[in-house]
Design a protein around this ligand. Structure first.
Ligand code: CP
Length: 313
């Protein structure tokens, strides 16, 4: 496997994560640079995306590089039966970095085994979404002034939600307390609870999104129920609207509470939350640009200055 790739958030040490956050902050202050001049980056999206693809592409453009790629695999030769292996080898002939999203778990890891070109995993099935985690960590750091000792409540589709899986793994460095709020069908999978046990991460499980849980959280991380991962659409219909956050539910929440969501949302956050100063999901998505600028430079071995001051909002 090539070593500059980012496949799983578990590939990054605490020091690497903190360094990337400081670089992201540097890019927030200095988003327009020419440091990717002469570099070409491919964005291969075998699954739909708005934020991840566009923020990665904006990141490259703002750094002076060029982007090729596709957002609809049905227009590519994979629709004629070309294998993922052949596609990756071919695209590697043209570019310096491949950013890929795929519906199969493990697809990004597999890609690193067939090419020496660095790969950034932009989401592989229900498995991992490490670049989302970097912007989530950046958002948490900015809004809380720290990453350590926070109470984080994950709500919704904890079974198929790759963003919560990656976030949980990254937080192992920062002594979090997690609450997992989900119905029985969408509970946090056993392997991630075992990961918590192995890494000393505290967690409790809840089916009720109660006042108690809300009022003692520093971060509430809402998630969409992932319709595309269900084999039984009736089961999706039964669980899709079980957890909805409304503005009135935040009346007695902590001052420092911030509501995160990887987006897109469907019904899980009522629009009446949007004007609450504790709603942070749109800024969170904006932070993706800076976090991804840092990740791209890291994958290409380009040095980036570190922002060394504290960076509260
Ligand atoms: N958060 C996220 O991955 O959004 P997109 O699916 O729009 O890229």
């Amino acid at each position: 496997m090539n070593t500059s790739s980012l496949v799983s958030i578990a590939d990054l040490s605490k020091e690497q994560i903190l360094r990337l956050l400081k670089q992201a902050r540097y890019f927030e202050e200095n988003p327009n640079q020419r440091i990717l001049e002469g570099r070409v980056v491919a964005t291969l999206f075998f699954e739909p995306s708005t934020r991840t693809r566009l923020s990665f592409e904006t990141a490259v453009n703002r750094l002076g590089g060029r982007v090729i790629g596709f957002s609809d695999a049905s227009t590519t030769s994979s629709s004629k039966g070309e294998t993922l292996k052949d596609t990756i080898i071919m695209v590697s002939n043209y570019v310096d970095l491949i950013i890929m999203r795929h519906y199969l778990e493990g697809a990004a890891r597999y890609a690193t085994e067939v090419t020496a070109t660095p790969i950034i995993n932009a989401g592989d099935g229900a498995n991992q979404h490490p670049s989302q985690t970097m912007l989530d960590l950046y958002s948490i750091y900015k809004t809380q002034g720290r990453l350590d000792n926070l109470t984080i409540t994950l709500v919704g589709d904890l079974k198929y939600g790759r963003t919560v899986h990656s976030l949980l793994m990254a937080m192992r460095h920062f002594n979090p307390t997690f609450r997992f709020v989900a119905c029985d069908e969408l509970r946090m999978p056993k392997e991630y609870k075992e990961f918590c046990d192995k890494n000393g991460i505290k967690y409790t499980e809840h089916t009720d999104f109660s006042e108690d849980v809300i009022n003692s959280s520093d971060i509430i991380y809402m998630t969409r129920v992932q319709r595309e991962r269900f084999t039984d659409i009736m089961e999706y219909e039964r669980v899709k609207d079980l957890y909805n956050l409304h503005n009135s539910m935040l009346d007695n929440s902590r001052e420092n509470l911030r509501i995160l969501h990887p987006l897109p949302r469907v019904n899980e956050i009522n629009p009446d939350v949007d004007d609450n100063p504790k709603a942070y999901y749109f800024q969170q998505a904006k932070n993706g640009l800076y976090a991804r600028q840092a990740l791209i430079c890291n994958a290409l071995g380009i040095d980036v200055p570190l922002y060394e001051k504290p960076f509260n909002e």
